[in-house]
Design a binder for this molecule. Structure first.
Ligand code: PMP
Length: 427
């Protein structure tokens, strides 16, 4: 891919200044200077349709969040060692969206930070160490959490106390009963931990299995796995960093599609629409032991500006009907992409819930052979058409489409039309 001089210079500066660990999206990386709603703008003023960013989930630079952050930043920013009303009002309102039984909320700054804390709580509650995750899960970057994030690859080894289970792959299910297959995987992992003298502490999964390839259904399939971990003395942690805050369209939280109540729920990314704020909600009895033993202070976690940003986001999701929009526009977009499947044989499966879709790209529909090279061509082809998406899954062959919750039908039409063009070109 040809890069213009300005882009090439910026990439060189990044390498020089930020070092070797960072990665960019796309063969021709993009530079943005401004965002509004579902649109991002490059320095020349070209508009790109953002169908990927799950942080600015209620739209780039949402005026209510901008107002709330500016107002609170100009008034006071303080931490949880002082009394402040914002954190209490937010915790109260957030907990009101949770099922009965979840009664406390703890503030962190990032999703990794939330999962790290959740593991400490789980291990202190259960007295166990063992952790069960899906094969291509991603849960974050701390030492503890990277040790159970297999999607980081073989160069980041999993902990000796970690076991992986196959993703709940509805497309390739051998028996057609995804729930039973998935629960059997969790049971096998529990037995293997026990055989090695490791007491299971927790089973954690992302509410829509984002990095495993976006597996949304059938609704309810999680029940058996959750039961299995509890019978073994462990707890179930719902990682809602990607699937939370209305994303999946049926409810505020991804786990609600499965009719299960987690012991702990972690969240982050879209919680502040770009302002860093994250946290852990949980059952009081699960938090009790940790609270007795540990003193918890997180300097920026639960600062007043973060709480106000998060409050504005929750307010907007509820008053603008964004869960309903995720459901309805998500269904419309899914139908549009599904219709492309009859024209383009590389589309093996279209799945997902709300505004979180996965499109599996295969070289052979009968054999269901993953086609990572084609997937890369489509993602980059769309970028050239100024539509932003990415890819996921173990075989890197699933288009990951995750537009903001304010996405409109017109924007869905643009996405489908350009995807159609790219698929015709790439075939
Ligand atoms: N859990 C999931 C499911 C995630 O997708 C991510 C971020 N991609 C994290 C945890 C970690 O969040 P953060 O990057 O805010 O630390």
């Amino acid at each position: 891919a040809e890069l213009d001089a300005a882009t090439a210079a910026m990439i060189a500066d990044r390498k020089k200044l930020l070092g070797p660990a960072y990665r960019l999206f796309y063969q021709r990386p993009v530079h943005f200077v401004r965002g509004e709603g579902a649109w991002l703008y490059d320095p020349e003023g070209n508009a790109y349709l953002d169908a990927y960013n799950n942080v600015t989930s209620i739209g780039h630079c949402h005026p209510k969040v901008v107002e709330a952050v500016s107002r609170q930043m100009a008034t006071l920013t303080t931490n949880t060692r002082y009394l402040h009303d914002s954190v209490l009002r937010y915790a109260d309102r957030l907990l009101a969206t949770m099922p009965e039984g979840i009664g406390h909320f703890m503030f962190t700054c990032t999703g990794s930070d939330a999962n790290d804390l959740a593991v400490r709580i789980a291990q202190s509650y259960t007295g166990g160490q063992g952790i069960i995750v899906t094969e291509t899960a991603y849960h974050g970057i701390t030492q503890t959490v990277a040790a159970f994030s297999p999607s980081l690859g073989e160069n980041v080894p999993l902990g000796a106390h970690v076991r992986t289970v196959p993703a709940p792959d509805s497309y390739r299910s051998a028996t057609g009963d995804v729930g039973a297959e998935f629960a059997a995987g969790v049971q096998a992992a529990i037995r293997d931990l026990q055989r090695h003298g490791i007491k299971p502490a927790l089973f954690i999964c992302d509410g829509i299995f984002s990095s495993d390839g976006v597996f949304d259904g059938p609704a309810g399939f999680l029940k058996g796995a959750v039961e299995a971990i509890r019978v073994a003395g462990g707890i179930y942690i719902a990682d809602e960093v990607q699937s939370g805050f209305g994303r999946t369209g049926d409810a505020m939280w991804g786990f609600q599609r499965h009719g299960v109540v987690p012991d702990l729920v972690t969240m982050g990314k879209p919680m502040g629409n770009g302002y860093p704020v994250a946290g852990v909600a949980g059952r009081p009895e699960v938090l009790a032991e940790f609270g007795r033993k540990a003193r918890y202070f997180n300097t920026f976690g639960g600062n007043a500006v973060a709480a106000e940003a998060a409050m504005a986001v929750l307010e907007a999701i509820q008053s603008e009907g964004l869960v309903e929009n995720a459901r309805e526009t998500g269904r419309y977009l899914k139908d549009g992409i599904q219709a492309l499947a009859s024209l383009h044989p590389c589309i093996g499966d279209v799945r997902g819930a709300g505004l979180f879709l996965g499109v599996e790209i295969v070289s052979d529909r009968v054999a269901k052979t993953p086609d990572a090279a084609m997937t890369t061509r489509i993602v980059n082809g769309l970028r050239d058409e100024r539509v932003l998406i990415s890819a996921c899954a173990k075989a890197a062959n699933v288009l990951k489409i995750r537009p903001p919750l304010i996405f409109t039908r017109d924007q869905a039409d643009i996405l489908v039309e350009r995807l159609d063009r790219v698929l015709s070109r790439c075939a």
